[in-house]
Design a protein around this ligand. Structure first.
Ligand code: DX5
Ligand code: ZN
Length: 227
């Protein structure tokens, strides 16, 4: 199984971050972005240790799952994520993305996600280099290139990370592997074209979609800007 069995290969997928939603009206917010035609819902989990902010946990993900019809893409910004994979899978998350900076044995953690029937994602902070070519890449369903320092919505996009998307896309072509490429942080119409050209298959957005009253117009602007 890969993300491509849920998404359309070669076309852009949008993943609004529910952290940017009105958290008191989550069910309505899910319905509003799904009506706007988004392909995924992105769930930002922050532990106050790996990042200097605390968001929400598996119970909130389960509540979202009860309303959602599109797959849930869970971004775990937590130390030692292996402790919580089962809990978030049971909460209904399809994809579990873990940070390279938080694990002692990334391959073991990625294998654990797949063993739970999840889609295994690996995230890298702006200052973290991509893992070298090697066995780790075979265990990935998704690579998340962070374009801000994780922890908060509403920050500015770091254009210097686009080179990592290009490198990962080249590695994917050379190896024939099937992982999806995702970009997260400060993504809006102003940078969507560059991110898409560099290889982004999935764009995460809190401010650019959830921060707008008209989610359908916001999603359309992103798609048009991405080209
Ligand atoms: C940042 C999170 C992002 C964030 C995106 O730590 O991983 O998903 O919510 O927010 P915007 O789109 O506002 O940069
Ligand atoms: Zn995120």
């Amino acid at each position: 199984m890969s993300w491509w069995s849920h998404l359309k290969r070669n076309s852009l997928s949008l993943a609004p971050s529910m952290l940017g939603a009105d958290l008191a009206r989550l069910g309505e917010e899910v319905a509003a972005v799904e009506a706007a035609g988004v392909e995924l819902l992105h769930l930002d989990i922050m532990d106050g240790v790996f990042v200097p902010n605390i968001s929400f946990g598996a119970d909130v993900c389960a509540a979202i799952a009860r309303h959602a019809t599109v797959p849930l893409d869970c971004h775990l910004m937590i130390e030692r994520p292996e402790r919580y994979l089962e809990v978030f899978r049971e909460a209904g998350c399809h994809g579990l993305t873990v940070h390279l900076e938080t694990m002692s044995d990334p391959i073991a953690t990625l294998k654990q996600i797949r063993a739970l029937g999840g889609l295994a994602g690996l995230a890298v902070n702006p200052s973290t280099e991509l893992p070298p070519v090697g066995p780790l890449w075979e265990h990935l369903d998704l690579l998340l290139v962070m374009s801000v320092q994780p922890g908060f919505c509403g920050q500015s996009f770091h254009p210097e990370v686009l080179g990592k998307l290009e490198s990962a896309r080249a590695l994917r072509e050379e190896t024939g592997l099937e992982f999806a490429l995702q970009i997260d942080g400060g993504v809006g119409p102003a940078v969507a074209g560059a991110a898409r050209a560099a290889g982004a298959d999935i764009m995460v957005a809190a401010s650019a979609i959830m921060g707008r009253e008209d989610r359908a117009a916001a999603a359309l602007e992103m798609r048009q800007a991405a080209g």
